[in-house]
Design a protein around this ligand. Structure first.
Ligand code: KIV
Length: 275
């Protein structure tokens, strides 16, 4: 590739995010489309093409039905406009749990076909070996402990974790094992107050919290939640906008203008050339 075609903006990579441990909090949001990624890019250190795309964009009841093809398609869309933020693509349910070799083939496919900088896996005890296998073969991995949405059928719903001592100890151990296996950062989702801080103090890579208190090295939210695109959001989401209300108002205005023949007006039509 010629020097002219190199990116001019320096993009965050796994070592840059890892180096933020204990420093300025890492700003992360989910992104699934090119226009949203373009808007988020200048504000975020890391954008996650989360498998939450299945629920947020495709109307699935949970993330279990999300496929590798869906993740690749959305990863490609985000990578077309992301310039500065690190882009991490979620490995969907069924694409990495079976064996490290299968995980490697699927992770390599995600990275080759999207150009993203890392993948994320939900770390259970059996996934730790896979994280090590991927990292040793050149694939940066972000872990994910606590509430693991892909385990919804085992858990019987999306429930906050770490309320009892045994579960707290298990999640802490999983976070330590995930970091020891080489993950460059670990998402900590939906855990009882205090556990995220304990994990943050116990591991040497940044913790990225979602519903996990401010005791983390960074935060992530589902962008559509924080923009107010849904009528219901989980307790841990702070809404920074009411786009649902704004969109509804805009569409009602358009519908009324069309019905009243006020749209299109003279400014919105083409005129033939005189003569
Ligand atoms: O899929 C997702 O969006 C996630 C984040 C919310 C952490 O895993």
């Amino acid at each position: 590739m010629s020097a002219q075609r190199q990116e001019t903006v320096k993009r965050f990579a796994a070592p840059d995010i890892a180096a933020r441990k204990g420093g300025v909090p890492v700003v992360c949001l989910t992104a699934y489309t090119a226009p949203m990624a373009e808007l988020l890019d200048e504000h975020c250190d890391l954008m996650l093409v989360g498998d939450s795309v299945g629920m947020v964009v495709h109307g699935l009841p949970n993330t279990v039905g999300v496929t590798l093809e869906m993740m690749i398609l959305h990863g490609q869309a985000v990578m077309r406009t992301a310039r500065r933020a690190m882009v991490v693509v979620d490995m969907p349910f069924g694409s990495y749990e079976g064996a490290p070799e299968i995980a490697y083939a699927n992770a390599a496919r995600i990275m080759k076909e999207t150009g993203c900088q890392a993948v994320k896996v939900e770390s259970g005890p059996t996934v730790v070996d896979t994280i090590e296998y991927l990292v040793k073969r050149g694939i940066p991995v972000m872990g994910h402990v606590g509430l693991r949405p892909q385990a919804v059928n085992v858990d019987g719903g999306f429930k906050a974790k770490g309320k009892g001592a045994d579960e707290r100890a298990r999640i802490l151990a999983e976070a330590k094992a995930t970091a020891a296996a080489g993950a460059f950062a670990v998402v900590v989702e939906g855990v009882a107050e205090g556990l995220a801080r304990e994990i943050t103090e116990a591991i040497g890579v940044p913790t990225i919290g979602i519903g996990a208190s401010s005791g983390c090295d960074g935060q992530i939210l589902v962008t559509d939640d924080m923009l107010g695109l849904f009528d219901w959001t989980p307790k841990f989401v702070r809404r920074y906008a009411d786009l649902r209300g704004e969109i509804s108002k805009a569409v009602a205005g358009y519908a009324e203008d069309v019905r009243q023949r006020r749209f299109p007006g003279p400014a919105e039509i083409y005129f033939a050339k005189a003569g």
